[in-house]
Design a binder for this molecule. Structure first.
Ligand SMILES: [Zn+2]
Ligand SMILES: [Zn+2]
Length: 244
């Protein structure tokens, strides 16, 4: 056997051996065999019924929800692939805190047809950036881990450097809508490459869309043509949805 062929066979068998020792585990249910299993995919909850044209929240008897009417977000539309609940919630947690970065690719594969179905014309995908310190602590931006394979699947540019987080914002958890808006106000700055472009801004989870709205405002003021917003998941309150 020529040396190269032998070396390649060895290389392949080493990887096969590694796969045997460390087989991929599902990010939603820990089952061994794949990073995102078919059963978990079947359990993904989609947002059903009529959605607010702007922010994508389920609502009844109107096209636009009360909070968008009162204070219209800056993005053209926000949509989410799934409701923020298991198994997606668990997978996002693993991606963010347990360095299970291969999950980004597994989720992007399923998100791509959803984004195509929205029929948005987009030139590039920008992941919501982390602040410098948080990026340093975590070592990676979990949203970028989804945005990059999603860009590849959709055949559009992955542009992680255009949007910069100017200030470190505290977590939005537990804040009211007004506090969230205040927390992320003027949080971003934008490079010149946004000019004239249709942009999709991606985040992992949204509640009121305040962070995405703030990023859209910054992108528009730098000359972006259109800004659409997408999240992997949308946290839904359990009380009256129209009050969000
Ligand atoms: Zn699973
Ligand atoms: Zn709305």
């Amino acid at each position: 056997m020529p040396y190269n062929t032998l070396a390649y066979s060895l290389y392949k068998s080493i990887w096969a051996g590694l796969d045997l020792v460390f087989p991929p585990v599902c990010g939603g249910c820990e089952k061994i065999g794949s990073r995102w299993c078919e059963e978990c995919q079947q359990r993904v909850q989609v947002l059903r019924g009529t959605l607010c044209e702007v922010c994508g929240l389920p609502l009844e008897g109107a096209n636009i929800c009360n909070s968008c009417l009162a204070d219209k977000p800056h993005f053209r539309a926000l949509r989410a692939w799934a409701v923020y609940d298991d198994p997606v919630k668990k997978a996002l947690h693993k991606l963010k805190y347990r360095r299970d970065i291969a999950l980004g690719d597994a989720l992007a594969k399923y998100m791509a047809p959803f984004v195509r179905g929205l029929d948005w014309h987009i030139d590039m995908i920008i992941p919501i950036p982390l602040g410098r310190q948080r990026y340093k602590d975590r070592g990676y931006n979990q949203v970028g881990m989804i945005a990059r394979p999603l860009s590849l699947a959709l055949g559009v540019r992955f542009a992680p450097k255009i949007l910069i987080r100017r200030k470190e914002t505290r977590t939005q958890v537990g804040l009211t809508r007004q506090e969230r808006l205040e927390n992320v106000r003027e949080a971003f700055e934008v490079g010149t490459e946004a000019r004239g472009k249709s942009i999709l801004v991606l985040d992992d989870v949204s509640t009121t869309g305040a962070t995405l709205s703030s990023s859209a405002k910054a992108l528009y003021s730098s000359g972006a043509k259109d800004v659409f917003a997408l999240t992997v998941a949308r946290a839904l309150p359990h009380h009256d949805l129209r009050q969000v």
